[in-house]
Design a protein around this ligand. Sequence first.
Ligand SMILES: [Mn+2]
Length: 438
Amino acid sequence: MDGTDLPFSKEEYFDRQSSFLENISENSLVLIPTNSLSTRSNDTHYRFRANSYILYLSGWADPDSVWMAFNDQGKWFSSLFVQPRDTKAEIWEGKRVGVEGALSNWPIDRAYSIEDLVEIVSSKLQSKNSVYSIPGLNEKLDNCVSGFVDEILDPRQILDKMRRIKSSNEIEIMKKSAKLASLAHIEAMKHTYSGIGEWEIQSKIEGYFIKNQSECSYPSIVGGGENATILHYKTNRSVIDSGQLVLVDAGCEIHGYASDITRTWPVNGKFTDAQKEIYQLVLKAELAGIEACKVGSSWDSIHAATSEVLAQGLINLGILECSLEEAIGDPPEFNGEYRKFFMHGTGHFLGLDVHDVGGGRQGDKEKGPTLEEGMVLTIEPGLYFGGWRSDIQIPERYSGIGIRIEDDVLVTEEGPIILSSSCPKTIEEIESIVGIGV
Ligand SMILES: [Mn+2]
């Protein structure tokens, strides 16, 4: 990383910084640390991923860093504390941008060595009476700041509101991210066969990400047969037999922007009648959810749209034997009988975090925001009939089926745009692709 590959112009970053700082009093110091390195074993670490707030404000993606903004005589100064050049360290860990590199190529007015963090922050705090920071990421910073103020103010409410509306440049990157994940799913479908291991499908998807200089935006879920009925299954170690479905929930990241796609397909390339019945119902619910992604729609109305389709469909299939009212339950929770088979929300915001900031999850009790142009969210209804569960009774015909269909949707004045539209999802499309590359 040398700053020449920043995803946005310096101007766009400076605009974000100004919009954010408009909400902050001039007597405040703002400190946005990046994530800490996380130990994997002994002295090795998990691959580093920068904190989304520092990425959003400055594009800075290296570890051990803090973005700081301070006001001097009415003007805000944007700055970064970064790891200084250090040949001995660089021999082991790789070249660093350093203080001068950061100053010349990143959207900041000042750059400092992270080694001077406590000294410089302490001196700035002498003349400030409040601090905005995100605690829990940088212990040194937390300790330093708590010596000066009783309460640390949270910058996230302001930033979250900004982050949930994507700029046209952010949307371009998110389109690429969704396209790449779509192509990875197609690659996996093509190479699926009866008796395949879940890990082999995972390797097709993730190999495709790596081949295209991307990486997973979250651990890939590859659940064959009943494993598909476990919502966050990521063991991915079972063999999938002919006649079973596989549920694949996998997405990638481009410049930090996530995609998040789920598809479910039969490993032998042909849905059974029972699988088709559930698949068509989930697909119908997903299309209704996408259709509801309009400017001005309430968060709850999207969940209501998918819920009504699923509840009615479960009654029609004879899986629920109750009235539609009992099947759905009361708004906004809709905790009726159908929740036994659809246990999660209809979707979530998507952006620099795969479960992006800026609003309550659909189906959660807290009221979500009203949809606006430029928001990106997922729509992902599913139905899960785990034969292993002791809390439900299901017809034998559907036992063991788990199906989820998830797309990434951009809200526009002209209606919803499906960013992941190149990923096949009709029964006909899927049956024509599965196994053709084997
Ligand atoms: Mn999702």
